[in-house]
Structure formats: structure tokens, C-alpha cells
Write a protein that binds this ligand. Structure first.
Ligand code: SAH
Length: 213
């Protein structure tokens, strides 16, 4: 499939919706989303829609991924340092992150998805992406401290371990159900004086679950 034109059209739509960061744009233009979904869904791969990836999970729609990555980069043109991703899923966002930061540590609690992501990413040869099978709730201390932490799954609150592993000057972007039945996108910045939390728009991500499956 020569997907360049259709991918470029997707990027143009994201730009029309407000995507500004040049690095995020370039990452979307360079990453073939159709490689990360089942063959039966390839025709929909560049639509702004979430798609099933098996094990009851979904790959987020491109506009939501763009929003998260733009918040993570916070207008900075330079590459981020180490970034922790919670919820590798099919590996698509990890591939995007590989363009935006020096090292990506991506954790997935479902073994089958972890293995699927490894297969999806292998042909891309991204030496700075490290896939970890395990529960991401306790974070991954040995890769930190992190310039960025991004989660594709939302719990009741932001786990304390993630905040601890965030570097001073770092940013965390994650969904959380801060009020019952209402999941919101949360951004936390770690400043020399402490943590600054901002609650943004309502979102709908899969639940953050503990343990492995
Ligand atoms: N970024 C992914 C999105 C996957 S959906 C992609 O591009 O495909 C969110 C993922 O989070 C699911 O695969 C789910 O299994 C995973 N997840 C949920 N709770 C988790 C936890 N505690 N640790 C690691 N992964 C978790």
C-alpha cells in the first residue's frame, strides 16, 4: 500500500484541527498507521477514528494522539529526553514518540499486545524504543527520571509512582477519572517548587488496570 498521500491528507486534517508542533506533524507523516492495525481495517487506518487492536483494547484516534503528544512537547522544538509510555497497545504511539524523544520506555500489561507491538515495530528498526511487558502502575524506575510520561489508559487518579519518576521540568499527560463517571485529560508539570496540575477536556480512554494479563 502506498499510503503517503492518504497519510499526508490525515496530517493536513490534524493541522486544520489545530495541530501546530512541527515535530509532531513530522512524526505523523513518517509513521505508517496501517501497519499497526489488522489487515481488515487497513482502509480505515488514516481516518480520524479509534480502531480495535484485539484483547478488548483500541488504538486512539489520531486527533487524540496528536493532542496528547503536543501537550507532552509543550511547544518545545528540541527532542525530549527519556519518555515513559503506559499502554503500548499496538505500538503506534511508541513509534511516533521515537521521533520526539531520545529514549522511549513503553509498558504494556497484556502479554499478547506486548508481543504484537514488538512484531509491528521490528521492521521499523527504532533502536530508541524499549518495550517492557508489565504493569505500568508502579512506573519503570530504572528508565527514569522522565522528561515526559504519557498514558493511554486512565485510572481514578494519577499513580504516585509516575509523579515521583517525573524529572523536574518534566510533564505528564494522562486521562484520569477525577470525578465519578467523568474522565478528563490531566497535565502535570513538575517544577522546582512542586507539582502543577491542570485538568483539561473530557476524554474516553480504556481503563488503567493493575497486574498483568
Ligand atoms: N498507545 C497505544 C494505545 C493502546 S490502548 C497504541 O498506540 O496502540 C491502552 C493500552 O493500555 C491497552 O493496551 C491496555 O492493555 C494498556 N494498559 C492498561 N492498564 C495498563 C497498565 N497498568 N500497565 C500497562 N499497560 C496498561
Amino acid at each position: 500500500m502506498d499510503s503517503r498521500a492518504v497519510r499526508e491528507a490525515m496530517v493536513q486534517k490534524l493541522v486544520a484541527q489545530g495541530l501546530q508542533h512541527p515535530g509532531v506533524r513530522q512524526a505523523f507523516a513518517a509513521t505508517e498507521r496501517h501497519r499497526f492495525v489488522d489487515s481488515g481495517l487497513v482502509a480505515q487506518a488514516y481516518e480520524d477514528t479509534s480502531l480495535p487492536i484485539g484483547w478488548g483494547q483500541t488504538i486512539s484516534k489520531p486527533s487524540v494522539v496528536a493532542r496528547m503528544l503536543e501537550l507532552l512537547c509543550d511547544g518545545r522544538a528540541e527532542r525530549l529526553g527519556r519518555v515513559l509510555e503506559i499502554g503500548t497497545g499496538c505500538g503506534y504511539q511508541a513509534a511516533l514518540l521515537s521521533h520526539l524523544c531520545r529514549e522511549v520506555y513503553s509498558m504494556e500489561r497484556v502479554k499478547g499486545l506486548h508481543e504484537r507491538a514488538r512484531e509491528n515495530l521490528r521492521p521499523l528498526r527504532l533502536p530508541n524504543v524499549h518495550l517492557i511487558f508489565g504493569d505500568g502502575m508502579p512506573g519503570f524506575p530504572s528508565g527514569g527520571p522522565y522528561a515526559g510520561i504519557v498514558s493511554a489508559a486512565g485510572g481514578q487518579d494519577i499513580p504516585a509512582a509516575w509523579l515521583e519518576q517525573l524529572a523536574v521540568g518534566g510533564r505528564l499527560v494522562a486521562p484520569a477519572e477525577l470525578a465519578p463517571g467523568r474522565q478528563s485529560l490531566v497535565v502535570v508539570e513538575r517544577t522546582p517548587g512542586g507539582y502543577v496540575k491542570n485538568v483539561l477536556e473530557a476524554v474516553l480512554f480504556v481503563p488503567l488496570k493493575s497486574g498483568v494479563a
